[in-house]
Design a protein around this ligand. Structure first.
Ligand SMILES: [Zn+2]
Length: 149
């Protein structure tokens, strides 16, 4: 009985701490948002809250990807690839929250994820175009063509 209550309290303490950490991270994310974009896109406080929240969740997805080890086998790799697709969903959601047109050509997080070995500079240069350069042996994106077909 005592033990149950005690472990319950531990969970509460951890959740509270997690919440506090998230609030700190949110402040940092908010401070890093481009003020000119906020003005140009006429973002409301509500929009900004949503953008900050999406960035926080995107960071959490990247951390979850990082925690997975592709050496653990096909299920771990599948999970990493699913997270990779989720990152793009977040990119679309961010574009929407900013009031930009949803465009996969303007995504920049997809190659900036753990376990991705696609060329960073080349893809940065291709931002705004439909061209993506993928490494065939990339754990996240290498097999994606086969998955789609
Ligand atoms: Zn990749």
């Amino acid at each position: 009985m005592m033990q149950t209550i005690y472990s319950g309290m531990l969970i509460v303490a951890k959740t509270h701490r997690q919440h506090k950490d998230d609030e700190e991270k949110k402040k940092l994310i908010r401070a890093g948002l481009n003020p000119r974009f906020i003005e140009k896109q006429k973002c409301t406080e509500e929009d900004i809250d949503k953008i900050v929240d999406l960035h926080l969740r995107l960071d959490q997805v990247k951390k979850s990807m990082e925690a997975l080890d592709p050496e653990d086998g096909i299920f771990a790799v599948g999970e990493i690839q699913d997270y990779g697709k989720l990152v793009e969903e977040f990119e679309f959601a961010l574009q929407e929250a900013w009031g930009f047109e949803k465009s996969a050509d303007h995504h920049s997080h997809w190659y900036d994820v753990p376990h991705c070995s696609c060329p960073k500079m080349d893809n940065r240069d291709n931002w705004g175009t439909p061209y993506r350069i993928m490494n065939v042996s990339c754990i996240v994106h290498g097999g994606i063509k086969n998955v789609v077909e």
